[in-house]
Design a protein around this ligand. Structure first.
Ligand code: TRP
Length: 452
C-alpha cells in the first residue's frame, strides 16, 4: 500500500485482476478480431505479438515502476521522481486528459452494449428481421433518450465501485468479474467452434496472408497493442501506486499481458467461426458486434437468445472494469485532504457525462450531428484523438522518461524489490528495449500517423 491515503491492492492476485480488468475491454472483444482479420490474420498476429510483448509490456512495467516508486498520481509522480524537472508533470496531465476523453467515448459504446444486453434479455432482438439490424442500430444510437439512459446507468455502476474504494471496490469487483468473463468467453468459443463451417472462420483469423500486411497494418498493430494494454495514459501509474510493496512487477506485467493477449485471441475464436458459419460478412467493422452478431444469434434459434445474452453481458462486464480504471485515475487525481474519494468521483462523473452525452448526440444522425469541430463530428473527433493521437504521444514521453530521466539504480531497486528479486536478465535485454527500441518504434508510428 504505497499511497499516502493508505489505499492499495491487498495482494498480487488482486492487482493482476484489477489491471487485467482495465486492459481487457471493448478493444479485445470488438476491435482486435476485426483488425486482425482485416490486416492478414496470422501475419498480423505475429507482428502484434512482438509489439505486445516487447513494447506494450515494457510500457506497462515502466508505468508500474513510476507509480509504485512515487506513490503519487500521474501528475505528481514525474516531478517527484525528478524534482529538478517539474515540466514532466505535463506528461501526467496529458495522460489524465486522455483518460477523460477515452472515458467519454467508452461510456457511449458501453451504453450501446448495455442496451443490447437488455434487448437480448427482453427478447426485442430476437424479433428483428435479419435485414433490419442496421436500421435498428442506427435508429437506436442516433436517438436522444435511450442511449443517454444507458450511459447514465453504466456510469452510475462505475461510480459506485469507485466510491467503494481501491480494495473493497475495484479489487473485489475485478476478482469477481474477471473469472466470470473468462468462463462466458469459453462457453461462446465452444459453441462457435462446433458450428458447421466454423473452420473458415479459424482460417480467416489465423492463416497468415502476408500480402494483406501493409505498413498501415503494422501501425495498426502497434496502436492496438497500446490501446489494448491500457498503457500510455497513466492508468497503470495509478494502479502501480496501489501495488503491494513486495509485488514482483516484472512477473505481474507478464501475467497481465498474457491475459490480455489470450482474451483477444479467444474473442476472435468466439466471433469469426460463428460469423462464417452463418454466411455473414466478417469485415463489418464497428457494426460487427451490433449489426452482424445479432443475425448470427437469431439464426441459432432459441438457444441463440441465451448466447446473445451471454455475449452482451460479457462485453458489458469487460467494459465496466475498464471504465472503472479510467474513473479511478481521474478520481485519484482530484482527491486530496479536502475532497474525499466520494465527492471527487461524483464530480468527475458529472463532468464526463456531459461530454459523453454530447458525443452520443453527435453520433450518426443524432440531434447534434451537424455540429462539427475541425470538420469532424464530436464522436469521430474523440475517437481519433483517443485512438490514434494522444496515447502514442504519451507513451513515447513515458518511455523516454523511464529510459533516460529516471536513475537506472532506482529502476533496478524497484524492480528487484530492494534487491530481494533477481532481475539480472532485465539489465541486459530490457534496458536496450526501453532506451532504444520502444522509443524508436513509437516515434515511427507517430510520424507516419501524422503524415497520413
Ligand atoms: N484497454 C481497453 C480495451 O482494450 C481500452 C483502454 C485504452 C483503456 N486505454 C485505457 C481502458 C485506459 C482503461 C484505461 O478496451
Amino acid at each position: 500500500m504505497a499511497t499516502k491515503s493508505g489505499e492499495g491492492f491487498s495482494s498480487s492476485f488482486g492487482a493482476i485482476m484489477a489491471a487485467a480488468g482495465s486492459a481487457v475491454g471493448l478493444g479485445n472483444i470488438w476491435r482486435f478480431p476485426y483488425i486482425c482479420g482485416k490486416y492478414g490474420g496470422g501475419a498480423f498476429l505475429l507482428v502484434y505479438i512482438c509489439f505486445v510483448f516487447f513494447i506494450g509490456m515494457i510500457l506497462m512495467m515502466s508505468e508500474f515502476v513510476i507509480g509504485r516508486r512515487s506513490g503519487e498520481d500521474p501528475m505528481k509522480a514525474y516531478p517527484k521522481l525528478r524534482p529538478d524537472r517539474p515540466g514532466w508533470r505535463f506528461v501526467g496531465l496529458a495522460g489524465l486528459l486522455t483518460c477523460f476523453l477515452i472515458l467519454a467515448i467508452y461510456l457511449v459504446i458501453s451504453g450501446w452494449t448495455l442496451n443490447y444486453f437488455w434487448e437480448s434479455l427482453t427478447g426485442t432482438l430476437a424479433e428483428i428481421a435479419d435485414s433490419d439490424f442496421g436500421t435498428h442500430f442506427n435508429a437506436f444510437a442516433s436517438s436522444a433518450f435511450r442511449p443517454v439512459l444507458f450511459i447514465a446507468l453504466f456510469l452510475a455502476l462505475t461510480t459506485l465501485v469507485i466510491i467503494g474504494g481501491v480494495e473493497k471496490g475495484i479489487e473485489r469487483v475485478s476478482k469477481l468479474l474477471m473469472p466470470i468473463l473468462v468462463v462466458l468467453l469459453l462457453v461462446l468459443c465452444v459453441r462457435s467452434l462446433t458450428l458447421d463451417g466454423a473452420s473458415a472462420g479459424i482460417a480467416y483469423l489465423f492463416q497468415p496472408d502476408f500480402s494483406k500486411l501493409t505498413g498501415e497494418g503494422i501501425l495498426a498493430a502497434l496502436g492496438q497493442a497500446l490501446f489494448s494494454l491500457s498503457v500510455g495514459m497513466g492508468v497503470m501509474i495509478v494502479y502501480g501506486s496501489y501495488l503491494p510493496v513486495d509485488d514482483n512487477i516484472l512477473k505481474t506485467s507478464v501475467w497481465i499481458t498474457v491475459c490480455d493477449f489470450a482474451i483477444a485471441v479467444l474473442s476472435g475464436i468466439a466471433i469469426f467461426p460463428a460469423v462464417f458459419a452463418c454466411g455473414q460478412d466478417p469485415t463489418g467493422g464497428p457494426g460487427l458486434v451490433y449489426q452482424v452478431l445479432p443475425v448470427v444469434f437469431n439464426s441459432l434459434g432459441g438457444i441463440g437468445r441465451i448466447f446473445s445474452i451471454v455475449f452482451f453481458l460479457l462485453l458489458s462486464l469487460a467494459a465496466l472494469t475498464s471504465a472503472i480504471s479510467l474513473l479511478e485515475a481521474l478520481t485519484q487525481w482530484l482527491s486530496n485532504e479536502k475532497n474525499g474519494r466520494t465527492k471527487s468521483a461524483v464530480l468527475m462523473s458529472l463532468l464526463v457525462v456531459v461530454l459523453a452525452v454530447a458525443a452520443s448526440f453527435s453520433f450518426g444522425d443524432g440531434i447534434w450531428s451537424s455540429f462539427k469541430v475541425g470538420g469532424m463530428q464530436l464522436f469521430d473527433l474523440l475517437d481519433k484523438l483517443t485512438g490514434t493521437i494522444l496515447p502514442p504521444v504519451c507513451a513515447l514521453l513515458t518511455v523516454l522518461f523511464f529510459g533516460w530521466f529516471m536513475k537506472k539504480e532506482d529502476i533496478i531497486d524497484e524492480l528487484s524489490n530492494h534487491g530481494t528479486v533477481k532481475v539480472g536478465y532485465f539489465k541486459v535485454f530490457y534496458y536496450f528495449l526501453v532506451r532504444f527500441v520502444a522509443p524508436a518504434a513509437l516515434l515511427i508510428v507517430l510520424i507516419s500517423g501524422l503524415i497520413n
